[in-house]
Design a protein around this ligand. Sequence first.
Ligand code: FES
Length: 571
Amino acid sequence: MKKLRSQEWYGREGRDGFLYRSWMKNQGWPHDVFDGRPVIGICNTWSELTPCNGHFRELAEWVKRGVWESGGFPLEFPVMSLGETQLRPTAMLFRNLASMDVEESIRGNPMDGVVLLMGCDKTTPSLLMGAASCGLPTIGLSGGPMLSGKFRGCDLGSGTGLWQMTDQLRKGEMKLEEFYEAESCMHRSKGHCMTMGTASTMANMVEALGMSLPGNAAIPAVDARRNTLAQMTGRRIVHMVREELGIAKILQRPAFENAIRVNAAIGGSTNAVIHLIALAGRMGVRLSLSDFESYGSELPCLVNLQPSGKYLMEDYFYAGGLPAVLRELGQAGALNGEALTVNGKTIWENVRQAPCWNREVIHSYSSPFKPCAGITVLRGNLAPDGAIIKLSAASPHLFEHRGRAVVFESIEDCHARTNDESLDIDEHCVMVLKNCGPKGYPGMAEVGNMLLPPKLLRRGVSDMVRISDARMSGTAYGTVVLHVCPEAAAGGPLALVCSGDMISLDVPRRELRLEIDDRTLAARRAQWTPPPLPERGWLRLYAEHVMQADKGADLDFLVGASGAQVARDSH
Ligand code: FES
């Protein structure tokens, strides 16, 4: 094994060595921990303001136990934590900022390998992206999903149950007291959202990419086996350092192709599209929306979990979790089995014997839960650079639809007018929301699944075509076209749509069209002016450099990697 990176700090003689070691000794470390053993950074997103990661200090202790057992020296450090439900205006505004924190914290400190503790939605991509730009041996550990929500004898899924109950409330089918009672029933244990929302999807992505030990995606946060996995993760990262198994050997193109396939098979979140493209960009792997079309759109959905289906992550774990899904994909020839994973084995070696204990929850490839249910990419004059729709969560009767546009200029405009009983709208209309993309919101809020007007809900309408440059919560559902590129605030055609225009959605042909002639569009474009940039601070930097959703909404100057080399040696 070549000389460890941490020895550039702790292996020094004289004044420099004194300086690096002595201040650490104020924590009680004996001299021999600096003797050349691998130093393992435990990158922790614990925060009481990120409730999904609220158990991470305890989880880190289990990781440390494993690191010590393998002869390493664990050092835990905090990074910016993004709590999806608490952080305004949207956690996505800070994903790239958090990734910069992670990248610079890893690079600037004496560590040889990293364990990433991830859970709530954006904490996973931000940590992966930051670590990817450094290139050290890296292993992921998710915090695990919450136990199933239970309300009046029935399952209640994170987010998905909230959207359903909100509609019941607006239709007058549920009392406000009942609605509030459900708050304590939905989220009753440690962990992240237990639907196949963005957090669960990204935990599956971590495992599908080969970035975690097998089983990472589904073990509930409070199951003792989550702690066991944490300990095994701690053991493994020390060996990864000794084997010089850096992140670049794992995150190669086959890993991303597998992740795309898995996202289709699990009915995963549309947010995974943005995060995978951004992560690939950090690794120098060319990944585009077309890859989601090529590798994922024709695959069936195997996993019957909310919001596309019925069950929750606890059921998924008991049914066999992601290894059972990967085995199905592998047997069907829809997995690159040669992709390397962090335990040093290929992904197929890890899952070839994986059992499935419940075919209601994890269907076989030959008898899928839903056929052709991957994320589908749409193009056309309304979305020249693409838009996406999650078919597993959409209504098949709307896959070919033509309707009159009802346009909302902002989410505030949408909130203000949707409840207006005089709004000129019926179930055949297409709801269009502008200025909610990466630049426009800014931060690309999860508001694409616009609430339906109460007057239509009362008539039994449960879905309508909705189109925006926004994102959608991974727990949400509906015939919702998202991530329209270019976004309205960047001057995309979406900015030029007016109420009354006709729009056609044609999923079989992968088309999204605004039925307006070019001359009219050109006249409207001449009248359009871009919104002003934010005046200062992070928002200004973000708005000046954020790329469009089809490029992963990363900052243009963060694409790629700088490695682990520190720029200057100040001592
Ligand atoms: Fe944290 Fe859903 S809000 S995972």
